[in-house]
Structures are given as structure tokens and as C-alpha cells.
Design a protein around this ligand. Structure first.
Ligand SMILES: *Cc1c(COP(=O)(O)O)cnc(C)c1O
Length: 432
């Protein structure tokens, strides 16, 4: 079942992505192939930017969490559509700068930033650094002092919210590797530390409650917990935050069984709630940042594979062996993530089989999914796996020395490569 709005069946009975025939794409670029609907990506980026302008406190803006899909083209799209960039490594900073991004629009995350990475960020005038805790505050302060700088810094806090039960909790959701917990009192201590450091300009706070959050409720709760903390910190230290970064995490529907996330509704409700909260606290509303990744690129992506063979084990499964797998999409192997798929050659026909989509690596666990409803597949068919725009290319590997696929972007019914296919020569490039 084609549950994404940009997927149709054309007159030839083939799957069309953003109006472009999937078999024509496979023929032009080869498989495996990542296809990204650029119109959809830009639409989402524009939706975030416009909604945050309309419903959120003045100065609010979205930053694209580039880890979801990081390459130069995506960094350019984000800049053109009015988004900053959330980066988590020197490599992501490098990619953004190589794409011509304004370093001031970058926000540098990570829970274990090395001194070298901090220095790299400062040398390149990255706009904001997010300190993950007290030691990192001191490391940033020391590095900045040696360079004669005073960077803008957010402090990452753990608000103690379980987005899936939609509750504020004192343990569990704070027992994670990221950030400084609010419920334990450590957040306030770290705030006092930051305010005392000479080479840090504390701008405000950051938090991120998780990923694949389908409702607006958890974001409203996140806003409430953070606003209460900002108010407490102001009373105890006199510090008024200029920025509150609420992180990312909004969901996409991976299969027809998933609920339809209402992005515009979530943004409207969260923005209104924030305005009400800060007005009630008589707190000058900070600029709100949000860092969507998956909800920008996730359902804009489709991966095309060619079926190499089909094996049915009597009383067992039907294995559909593909020319890619965990090397281009490790999410089933990593988390048991669910996908839906179609045979692109016969996308309008009923899904009369339930198959295991198997990858080409020497690992039994190299699967894209099990019990996936599909048109009965044949060797040579093109299989399209949906909603692969986020955390696929960015998590891809060269396991078994499999070259990573290219990315073809679709815009206005035309396609172009934004990442080329890796060659066999690329694979030995680092070998001495
Ligand atoms: C992963 C992450 C994001 C993006 O999350 P999505 O679920 O892709 O929206 C944003 N901010 C931080 C700090 C993250 O770790």
C-alpha cells in the first residue's frame, strides 16, 4: 500500500516517486539507489520555518539535524529554505562549510567533543556550541580562552520526559548518556558553573526528548518542564535565557499501520503553549530552536533495489535477496525498524505475498524486514523500500566492502545525482 503522498502508480503500472517513474530511475542510475524527493524535503523545511515564524516567540527558528542525512546538497537546501544546521562532529561541520553554509547558523552538539573538535568549531566560527555537561563547559572555556574567544554556548539538559508514555519522570528518562539532569538538581549547578566561566557566553538551554514522537503532547510537556527550569534558574541565579532549543524527534509514518503525524498541528500547539507559558511566568520569551531531522527527510526517501533471487523455504519464509541491505539501511538489523515496500514494476497490483527482504551481506541478520506485504516478486524486479530518507545513507557502511549507493534527488519532475555511487577504487582509497 502506497501510504506516502508523493507515491503514485503511473499509466505503465509502475511506481512513480514525485511523478518520476521508479524503473526509469533504476535504469538511469543503477541499483541500489537512494531516491530523495527534493520538493518534499524543501516543503517540510519551509513548513517548519514558516510555522515557527508564525506561532513561536520572536526570533525562533528550525535547524536541520544533519545527522539524519548529511551531504552538501542537504546543507544547501536547509540554508535556502531558512533553516540553521545542527551538527554533531567535525565531519558534519566540514560538510556544512564545504556546502557554503554560514558558520553562524551551525549549532554543534555531541556528548564527547574532543578538544580538537572544539578547536575546529571555534576556528571556523561555528555560531553555537552545546555543552553536554560540566566537564565540557570547562573544556570549551579552556579552549576558547587559549584562542581569545568567547563562544555562544547552550547547556544540554535532560528534562526527564518519557515521550512514549508521555510523562515527566524523575528516573529512567534522566539515566541517559546525554545532558545534565534537571530532576537531580545537577542542571542548576551546571548553570551556575557556566555563568562563572569567563570564556563562555551562556545563551540558554537545549534538550531533546527522543525520536519517533507522534503527538504534540510530549513537546508541550517538554516546553513546560523547560520553562519551569528557566524560571527557577532565573530566580536562583538572575540569568535570563535568550535561547531555548527543544531538539528534534517528530515522527514519520514508516508503514500504513503507523499513525499520520500532524506536523503543522504539532508546531502550532507547541508554539502557542510556549507563548502562554512564558507570559504566565512573566519571562521574556526566548527564541525557540527546534532540530528536526527525520521529519524533514524520512518519508521523502525511497530505496530501489534489484531482486537477485527468490527462495521459499517450505513451511518457512520467502526470502527476496536484494543487491543492497544492511550496508545501505542498517535500521532493521539495529533496531528491528519496520518498513513497507512494493515491487516497482507492478506497484498497483495487490500485495499477494509476505516476504523477508534480505540483504547481500554475509550475516543472517542482514535483513530489511520480515513479513513485508509485497506483490509476488520475481528475479530482476525492482523493489522499492519506502521512508528511507533518514538514518539510511547517514548510517550506511562499507561492510563486506560493498560500495555505498548514490542519491538521486527529484525536483519538478527531473532527477539529478547529489551523491555519486562509490566505486571499487573508493573502497581501497585509505588502504596503504
Ligand atoms: C537526533 C537528534 C535530533 C534529530 O532527531 P529526529 O528524530 O531525527 O528529528 C535533533 N537534535 C538532537 C540533539 C539529536 O540528537
Amino acid at each position: 500500500m502506497l501510504h506516502q503522498t508523493n507515491l503514485t502508480v503511473n499509466a505503465a503500472g509502475h511506481l512513480a516517486i514525485g511523478g518520476v517513474d521508479a524503473l526509469a530511475l533504476a535504469a538511469e542510475y543503477g541499483t541500489p539507489l537512494y531516491v530523495l524527493d527534493e520538493d518534499m524535503v524543501r516543503g517540510r523545511m519551509g513548513l517548519y520555518a514558516a510555522a515557527m515564524k508564525e506561532h513561536f516567540p520572536a526570533g525562533s527558528r528550525p535547524l536541520y539535524a544533519s545527522k539524519a542525512l548529511c551531504c552538501k546538497a542537504l546543507c544547501r537546501m536547509a540554508a535556502e529554505e531558512g533553516m540553521g544546521l545542527d551538527v554533531v562532529s567535525a565531519g558534519e561541520i566540514h560538510t556544512a562549510l564545504a556546502a557554503g553554509a554560514d558558520p553562524a547558523a551551525l549549532c554543534f552538539h555531541g556528548n564527547a567533543k574532543t578538544e580538537a573538535a572544539i578547536r575546529y568549531a571555534l576556528e571556523n566560527r561555528v555560531g553555537t556550541l552545546v555543552a553536554d555537561g560540566p566537564e565540557e563547559l570547562e573544556r570549551i572555556d579552556r579552549t576558547a580562552a587559549a584562542m581569545g574567544l568567547r563562544p555562544r554556548v547552550l547547556l544540554r539538559l535532560t528534562p526527564g520526559i518519557d515521550p512514549h508514555t508521555f510523562k515527566a519522570v524523575n528516573t529512567g528518562a534522566v539515566d541517559v548518556k546525554f545532558g545534565v539532569p534537571i530532576p537531580t538538581g545537577q542542571a542548576l549547578e551546571a548553570t551556575k558553573l557556566a555563568l562563572g566561566l569567563e570564556h563562555i557566553a551562556l545563551e540558554g538551554f537545549h534538550c531533546h526528548i527522543g525520536s519517533q514522537v507522534f503527538q504534540s503532547g510530549p513537546f508541550r510537556l517538554e516546553a513546560e518542564v523547560m520553562a519551569a527550569f528557566l524560571d527557577q534558574a532565573r530566580r536562583e541565579t538572575g540569568f535570563t535565557a535568550k535561547v531555548l532549543d527543544l531538539g528534534g524527534g517528530f515522527a514519520v509514518a514508516y508503514t500504513p499501520a503507523d499513525p499520520r503525524p500532524d506536523l503543522a498541528g504539532m508546531l502550532r500547539e507547541t508554539g502557542r503553549r510556549l507563548n502562554v507559558l512564558f507570559a504566565a511566568l512573566d519571562y521574556p520569551a526566548p527564541a525557540i530552536w527546534m532540530e528536526p531531522g527525520r521529519s524533514i527527510v524520512g518519508d521523502a526517501g525511497v530505496t530501489l533495489y534489484t531482486v537477485q533471487n527468490v527462495k521459499t523455504v517450505p513451511g518457512g519464509s520467502t526470502y527476496v535477496a536484494l543487491d543492497g541491505g544492511m550496508t545501505d539501511n542498517p535500521r532493521y538489523a539495529l533496531y528491528g525498524a519496520r518498513y513497507s515496500a512494493a515491487v516497482a514494476d507492478r506497484a498497483g497490483q495487490p500485495e499477494d505475498a509476505a516476504v523477508t527482504l534480505a540483504g547481500c551481506c554475509c550475516e543472517s541478520g542482514d535483513l530489511i524486514g520480515e513479513n513485508i506485504p509485497l506483490q509476488t516478486p520475481q528475479t530482476g524486479d525492482t523493489v522499492a523500500v519506502f521512508v528511507t530518507g533518514a538514518y539510511n545513507y547517514s548510517m550506511a557502511s562499507n561492510y563486506n566492502r560493498v560500495p555505498r549507493p548514490p542519491i538521486a534527488a527529484l525536483r519538478g519532475g527531473a532527477s539529478r545525482l547529489i551523491v555519486r555511487r562509490e566505486t571499487l577504487e573508493d573502497l581501497t582509497m585509505f588502504d596503504l
